[in-house]
Write a protein that binds this ligand. Structure first.
Ligand SMILES: [Mn+2]
Length: 430
């Protein structure tokens, strides 16, 4: 496997930190053993955790107002995959890339697949794009795509999604994620029921093109780019659509795509209980679909989501196999650093959730002991699992401190010299 970052640089940085890590791990192991938890078991589970990288995330994002390009941004999908390879080498828990089409179109997908495999990467869910017009496209998506009033425009959007499935097959992916920006900006602009019917009808055509072992992930979003109504605006609409389409259709939860204060962990529990939880686009937000780094604003929410996921996994719910993906927009940081940090934050929430004393929690729930129930969750959440995550990385050849090792490697300066600045290779907010 090609290692982009010199392994000696990682080893040198690890050497500086290894003794402290070993001591911290031993102390935490002792604390956990008093709670009846074997630290090595938690480490093994954290080590097996994986979250996919968004190909569009390694470039600098942007807002409606401006985009401030970074140095050495990827010029094409091959560069994006290489940057993802850097992340995976250092954090060891990001073995897949979720591509976005047509941004990531290539002339030879076998070559692209081999390029990724050389970094230990595979391709995950393929994302279609009918929220913007592509060069030379016959019909505009200005007034919608899969739900457009015009049949030819809808068919063009369907055809694009089917092409995404074909490319995904060549890349070894097993799922298509469909998010549309369709909606309206004015009351009365769109007939809600007819628009949703057209959306469903188009999706049925896409669903019919799915291979047997594929899934179709429906990503809902409350608002933006449409600011009055959105055709798939909430998890209820998403669940309705998924059940209409068939059992291969599931609901994808993007953490930024909900109304403020919505109880996302409860939505997760509901979708998991009824076998329709596709997976996640992880990010964080303060106001809306801010696409901030995972765990940067509300890490307790992230923990509570993983609390439901660990609970669902332990209860072995039918059809429960959620896909984890990051979906963030990086405007003021090096995207590689943000993605590494975010992958670790998601893994952290998972490891914390593994520490919940579920037997005790069930007892408090059944006994109506609200305070002790919530303290049980807090005890897990307040445990600093950093030594577990760092030890897992170290044992897999990654970095104890990924950001420090990355900075020591000089990778960004190296690619800045190799990659002349481009306007944009596709990125931003999805
Ligand atoms: Mn998303």
């Amino acid at each position: 496997m090609s290692k982009i970052i010199d392994q000696a640089v990682i080893a040198a940085d690890n050497d500086k930190l290894a003794a402290d890590l070993k001591a911290d791990y031993a102390v935490l192991g002792e604390q956990l053993s008093r709670r009846g938890i074997a630290i090595d078991d938690i480490k093994a589970q954290a080590s097996a955790f994986a979250v996919a990288l968004p190909s569009w995330g390694v470039g600098t994002g942007g807002t409606r107002f401006a985009r401030f390009a970074g140095k050495g941004e990827p010029r094409n999908v091959f560069d994006k995959v290489q940057d993802c390879g850097v992340i995976h080498q250092l954090v060891t828990i990001t073995p897949t890339v979720s591509p976005h089409l047509p941004w990531d179109k290539a002339t030879d997908y076998q070559e692209l697949r081999q390029h990724a495999a050389a970094f230990g990467l595979n391709f995950d869910c393929v994302n279609s794009n009918t929220f913007q017009d592509q060069k030379g496209q016959e019909h505009s998506y200005k007034f919608g795509s899969l739900s457009h009033a015009d049949a030819a425009t809808r068919q063009q959007a369907v055809d694009h999604n089917i092409e995404c499935i074909e490319i995904g097959k060549a890349l070894g992916a097993k799922a298509l994620t469909v998010w549309v920006g369709d909606g309206s900006n004015f009351p009365g602009q769109q007939h809600f029921a007819r628009a949703f019917d057209r959306y469903l009808d188009s999706n049925r055509k896409i669903y019919a093109a799915l291979p047997d072992d594929w899934q179709m992930f429906l990503e809902h979003k409350m608002f933006e780019p449409a600011f009055y109504s959105t055709v798939l605006q909430d998890w209820g609409s998403s669940y309705l659509a998924a059940t209409q389409l068939g059992e291969k259709a599931k609901c994808l939860v993007d953490l930024g795509h909900h109304a403020p204060n919505v109880n996302i962990e409860m939505i997760v529990a509901r979708l998991a209980a009824f076998g329709r939880l596709a997976g996640f686009h992880f990010n964080d937000s303060k106001y809306g679909d801010d696409d901030l780094d995972s765990g940067s604003i509300n890490p307790y929410q992230l923990f509570l989501i993983f609390n439901e996921l660990v609970d669902a996994a332990e209860r072995k719910l039918a059809g429960f196999k959620p896909e984890y993906m990051l979906d963030q927009s990086h405007n003021v940081t090096d995207p590689i650093e943000s993605l590494m940090n975010s992958a670790v934050e998601v893994q952290r929430a998972y490891a914390q959730a593994l520490l919940v004393d579920r037997m005790a929690l069930a007892g408090y729930q059944d006994g109506n002991d609200a305070l002790q129930a919530t303290r049980t969750l807090k005890q897990a959440y307040l445990t600093d699992v950093s030594p577990i995550l760092a030890m897992a990385r170290l044992e897999r050849g990654g970095a104890i401190d990924p950001v420090a090792a990355y900075r020591a490697s000089g990778y960004r300066a190296r690619v800045a010299a190799e990659r002349p600045a481009v306007a944009s290779s596709g990125g931003g907010i999805v």
